[in-house]
Design a protein around this ligand. Structure first.
Ligand code: IPM
Ligand code: MG
Length: 367
């Protein structure tokens, strides 16, 4: 019995997590894999109900759970709050407290959707890359950080890009291990021509590669070039590893190659502990989309695919994960679309109808 913590969060979060709960229930009824679920608050709704975007209770439940599924946090309602009360602090807090340093962001093009990309079909068709973003260091967490008023009345802002070699080693190993079970190619992205921290990053990744993964084809690329190459010829990449800040930016670029942000899952993994436990948080890459919240038109597939990543990476339920991925692919091949992935004039289904279609396909696969 695996214990899953569900965090709906804000905006469309409750809808997409609610639809994914139906998939979890399907597995409970129709497979030998069993799950229990609990709920917790994070983000704006947590602030509204408890006065903080990251309640202690949520941290406790998440660290006890076998894995956590998160919808999304944030919205205009909370944007003018003081920094520490903003929904994003909840997300950054849970990443940091659970030490979720490895963020896996696959960008895979479903061929049924290749025409939805803003790039030409031949550039993105069959694309399947994995961006590994370091998630607990860099400018996001580095100290000192402040904005202060100087004597002349002008303001100065300071943030710190910092990594130590141990942090680089562990994210490098996660990336090499992924490359090993994929196409054995890893590209490490940095700005080693200008920023010393990332020059060290490059050296450490090279060392690990030479010593521990001689069979992986390792290359290095500056981040400006990488952002260009991602739209010029994305299929040259297999696994990309980079720091927190560059990874935030590059993963948004990569997501658009696939046609819609509404399709992209992600996993954030912690260190394997001695008792075999590994904290893990799964979430769609899209945000809380407050403009369409509550209208039952959101695309639940990124969250459903995030649950599939949970089956694969947290529970090693490979067969179930493959079947769930296949069910999503079948639904798309059947022409079923939510509004965000429909071409103009094409008919589209609601959020709830989309997950019902996935369940119909799952039923066939589990027969
Ligand atoms: C992401 C998001 C977050 C980030 C925000 C919401 C704090 O953009 O997960 O990529 O910057 O990491
Ligand atoms: Mg981002």
């Amino acid at each position: 019995m695996k214990k899953i913590l569900l965090i709906e969060g804000d905006g469309i979060g409750p809808e997409v997590v609610g639809e994914t709960k139906k998939i979890i229930d399907f597995f409970n009824k129709n497979s030998d894999k069993k799950f229990t679920t609990e709920s917790a608050l994070l983000g704006g709704i947590a602030f509204d109900k408890t006065g903080t975007p990251f309640p202690q209770e949520t941290l406790k439940l998440a660290s006890e759970a076998d894995a956590t599924l998160l919808g999304a946090v944030g919205g205009p309602k909370w944007e003018s709050l003081e920094y520490k009360f903003r929904p994003e602090r909840g997300l950054l807090g849970i990443r940091k407290e659970l030490n979720l340093f490895a963020n896996l962001r696959p960008a895979k093009v479903f061929n049924a959707l290749a025409n939805s990309s803003t790039l030409k079909r031949e550039i993105v068709e069959d694309l399947d890359i994995m961006i590994v973003r370091e998630l607990t260091g860099d400018l996001y967490f580095g100290e000192p950080r402040y904005v202060k008023t100087l004597d002349d009345g002008s303001k100065q802002g300071v943030n710190t890009m910092t990594y130590n070699s141990k942090e680089v080693e562990r994210i490098a190993r996660v990336s090499f291990d992924l490359a090993k079970i994929r196409n054995k190619k890893l590209c490490s992205v940095d700005k080693a021509n200008v920023i010393e921290t990332t020059e060290m990053w490059r050296e450490v990744v090279s060392d690990i590669g030479a010593k521990e993964y001689p069979d992986i084809n390792l290359s290095h690329m500056y981040v400006d070039n990488a952002s260009m190459q991602l739209v010029r010829n994305p299929k040259q990449f297999d696994v990309i590893v980079t720091g927190n800040m560059f990874g935030d930016i590059l993963s948004d670029t990569a997501s658009m190659l696939t046609g819609s942000l509404g399709m992209l899952p992600s996993a954030s993994l912690g260190e394997k502990q001695n008792n075999g436990k590994q904290h893990a948080l799964y979430e769609p890459v899209h945000g809380s989309a407050p403009d369409i919240a509550g209208k039952n038109i959101a695309n639940p597939l990124a969250t459903i695919l995030s649950f599939s990543m949970m089956l694969r990476y947290s529970f090693n339920y490979i067969d179930e994960a493959n079947k769930l991925d296949q069910a999503v692919e079948n639904v798309l091949n059947n022409g079923v679309r939510t509004a965000d992935i429909a071409l103009s004039g094409q008919k589209f289904v609601s959020c709830t109808e989309m997950s019902d279609k996935v369940i119909e396909e799952l039923k066939k696969l589990f027969n």
